[in-house]
Design a protein. Structure first.
Length: 256
């Protein structure tokens, strides 16, 4: 069931989304060669704590997971696509890092992700991340009343495939609001004009995931959480929480 949010509810989600935005900015600024993923998780915890928010990630356990998630960010490095658990791994020069973060404030949730490089960036990684960001922008632009979920999926998929990149099978965005994952699902590839019609008041998380090699296959790491590319190629992940309004898409996790 899709819950339509009121203007006041969307404003409340914006407050949660801005905490997510500040958290991701702080994590990116703290990331550098020699910094551990656990240290980045501590940075995120500090921002959430100071804002009076809690994490919808910490302790989350969907049906596929063997254990509750132990951190407030997902930190996925190089061939990790999404859901990476922060560890003592210290970032190395040239690493590609994707960080996903959520915040819950006043009963409403925001969710967003960024990808970036540490130290000297590989040109191929810069192109991969730039394409992920363009795919996200294309998906957001399609999130208007009267369009359908398939229009968002098609916009994202077109950018990804035109760039020569793979799209992980079975993963995409989702509805969001009082809970981190709500209806509807938002695929990263699909046919235009198909699927649920978009209405003002819907809130969704749009999140392209790209695999550099152009392949779509992946596997779950032994930790039961991290999704990795099968061929070891690098991946990028971007995400925003977006409200669909009569005035157009409103990005609730926009970073300033």
């Amino acid at each position: 069931m899709v819950e339509l949010k009121t203007r006041a509810s969307i404003d409340a989600m914006y407050e949660a989304g801005q905490i997510v935005a500040r958290t991701l900015t702080a994590v990116r600024e703290a990331a550098g060669v020699g910094v551990s993923l656990l240290e980045l998780d501590e940075v995120a915890r500090d921002v959430l704590r100071e804002a009076g928010a809690d994490s919808p990630f910490l302790g989350y356990r969907p049906s596929f997971a063997p254990t509750p998630f132990p951190a407030v960010i997902c930190a996925s490095v190089n061939d990790a696509i999404v859901h990476g658990i922060p560890t003592a791994h210290r970032l190395r020069d040239g690493d590609l890092v994707s960080v996903d973060c959520g915040a819950r404030l006043g009963g409403w949730v925001g969710d967003s992700a960024i990808s970036f490089t540490v130290g000297r960036a590989r040109p191929a990684d810069v192109r991969l991340i730039g394409t992920a960001e363009r795919a996200l922008a294309a998906g957001i632009a399609a999130a208007v009343p009267g369009n359908r979920i398939g229009d968002i999926a098609h916009a994202i998929g077109t950018v990804c495939r035109t760039g020569g990149y793979g799209i992980p099978d079975g993963f995409g965005g989702h509805g969001i609001g009082r809970h981190m994952h709500e209806d509807p699902g938002v695929p990263n590839e699909g046919r235009p004009g198909r699927g649920l019609r978009l209405r003002a008041g819907m809130a969704i998380a749009i999140e392209p995931m790209l695999i550099a090699s152009g392949r779509d296959d992946w596997h779950t790491a032994p930790d039961g959480w991290t999704l990795r590319t099968n061929d070891g190629s690098r991946a990028a992940h971007t995400e925003h929480t977006v409200a669909i309004t009569e005035d157009g898409p409103r990005v609730l996790t926009e970073r300033r």
